[in-house]
Design a protein around this ligand. Sequence first.
Ligand SMILES: [Zn+2]
Ligand SMILES: [Zn+2]
Ligand SMILES: [Zn+2]
Length: 146
Amino acid sequence: MNLDNCNIVAISFFMKDLLADKKLSKTPFRKEVLAIFCQHENAIPLSTIEKALEGYNRITLYRTIKIFLEKGIIHEITISGEESNYAICRDCDQVTHNHQHVHFKCKQCSTIFCVEVDPFPAIVLPGYQIDQLEIQATGLCVECNV
Ligand SMILES: [Zn+2]
Ligand SMILES: [Zn+2]
Ligand SMILES: [Zn+2]
């Protein structure tokens, strides 16, 4: 599934597949929230999702986000001192989130990007078992760095 080509026309089809894939019932609200993620290339804070929704129940939204996180549909990006951001996952499942990318926060436009790095750096901590490794970086994004 290529999310890079996720445009408005493709959304309804894509949604159907994604929700069926992850064994989630296709409630209109879940579709609506997913569509918002689909319309954003980069990570978005909850406030952006809230603004995009017309009339919603806050508890239903929190529950939807929680389910999407658990099912490996989206992941949470927490940068200290900031509101949590969420971005769509590419290759995650219900068991583990597996991200081979760096979270980059642009200090100028405040956008948070999921930037693929290949190969993803391996870190060895003797005696420790690493389940998840997250790398965060800040600076100027491609757009702002001109
Ligand atoms: Zn994930
Ligand atoms: Zn920027
Ligand atoms: Zn990410």
